[in-house]
Design a binder for this molecule. Structure first.
Ligand SMILES: NC(=O)c1ccc[n+]([C@@H]2O[C@H](COP(=O)([O-])OP(=O)(O)OC[C@H]3O[C@@H](n4cnc5c(N)ncnc54)[C@H](O)[C@@H]3O)[C@@H](O)[C@H]2O)c1
Length: 330
């Protein structure tokens, strides 16, 4: 069995690898090759923590199963421990043996950013130059890298609702952006961030839309990543109605979890018929993507365990080939 730490993952698994792994996962999901039971949540006796188990089996050319174990212990912050620790166990579909244990926070950050990377590559205008990133939390840096990996950008505006966070993010991540020749700018307002933006990624914990429809220019592509409960949304419903094409990573999951669609649907302002398909449909050529330069395109993701298993399998394969990680016998 292979044990892989954050450092091990980063040494073998690039953002481009993650984007290609996610694309394979979307196709396997859309072809019905993945079995993803509902997440199991168990609360501790003290009610101070929750342990969650996200299992999946992915058939087709992969034939691997696995489970992501994610916990949420808010009190960990004062103990200097991660509040949301995550670990992925990968299981060989031929033998049932656990073949790898992989640090799950890094895996989640990269595979989530790669969803935006894949969608941006598939849907945004190829000549896009300006992007905006909303949210500078744990997911932020990988989301930044994903945008820069798929488009030759000149400038990315960073906006966060908490003052000072955008500037700190710019200072910390400009060296990463330098590798892509991109200038990061801390935006003073949401309006300033989206002015003339060709691509926008929202990865916040906001419960209400993070920008206004009127400020979005024609042809913009938006990745909605943050909201994952029926009462939270980041994308204004007017923009959903204005969009020419709307895609999701997983229809069932998005329609049961994402307030971005659920809230306007309840208000009678949006219908799921306006969703053009899953990213898997788009990759398989079953539905058309962007049809004109001026069309607004939107991709909403809530994530699902198939992405974790496909990414974990690719990380384990690359690590084994490179001799990276710690091999143990239980
Ligand atoms: N789609 C997926 O697969 C997936 C995977 C992982 C995480 N997520 C979601 O992404 C979101 C961000 O995750 P994180 O770990 O980076 O969270 P985090 O708590 O570390 O950071 C969130 C950031 O958003 C900022 N923010 C809140 N409201 C804002 C607003 N209106 N405008 C701009 N910034 C605002 C906060 O100040 C904070 O800096 C969470 O909601 C998380 O559940 C989605």
């Amino acid at each position: 069995m292979l044990l892989l730490s954050r450092k091990d993952i980063l040494s073998v698994f690039t953002m481009r690898d993650a984007i290609e792994a996610d694309k394979r996962a979307f196709v396997l999901h859309t072809k019905g090759k993945a079995v993803v039971p509902l997440r199991i949540n168990i609360e501790t006796e003290s009610k101070e923590g929750q342990c969650m188990f996200m299992p999946a089996y992915v058939g087709g050319e992969l034939n691997m199963a696995g489970v992501k174990i994610v916990s949420c212990f808010t009190g960990n912050a004062e103990k200097g421990l991660p509040v949301i620790p995550a670990t992925v166990a990968l299981i060989d579909g031929n033998t049932g043996l656990v073949t790898a244990i992989i640090e799950g926070t890094t895996l989640t950050q990269i595979r989530t950013a790669a969803i935006s990377g894949a969608a941006t590559e598939l849907l945004s205008n190829p000549e896009s130059k300006i992007a905006a990133l909303f949210g500078t939390g744990g997911q932020g840096p990988a989301q930044l890298e994903a945008l820069m990996t798929v488009r030759k950008l000149e400038e990315i505006r960073i906006f966060d609702a908490l003052s000072g966070r955008a500037a700190a993010f710019v200072e910390k991540n400009q060296p990463l952006a330098d590798r892509f020749g991109v200038k990061l700018v801390a935006a003073a307002s949401s309006k300033e961030a989206v002015k003339d933006a060709d691509i926008i990624t929202t990865v916040t914990t906001s419960a209400t839309p993070v920008f206004e429809n009127d400020d979005i220019k024609p042809g913009c592509h938006i990745n909605g990543v943050g909201s994952y409960t029926p009462d939270k949304r980041e994308i204004p419903e007017e923009l959903l109605r204005r969009a020419g094409r709307i895609f999701v990573d997983n229809s069932e999951a998005v329609l049961s979890e994402a307030g971005d669609f659920i809230i306007p649907m309840k208000e009678g302002l949006f219908s799921s018929d306006s969703i053009d398909g899953e990213l898997g449909d788009l990759i398989l050529g079953k539905v058309e993507g962007r049809r004109s330069k001026d069309e607004i395109t939107i991709m909403k993701t809530v994530g699902f365990a198939t992405l974790d298993i496909v990414a974990a399998a690719e990380i384990a394969k690359k690590a084994a080939e490179a001799g990276v990680g710690t091999v143990i016998d239980l």
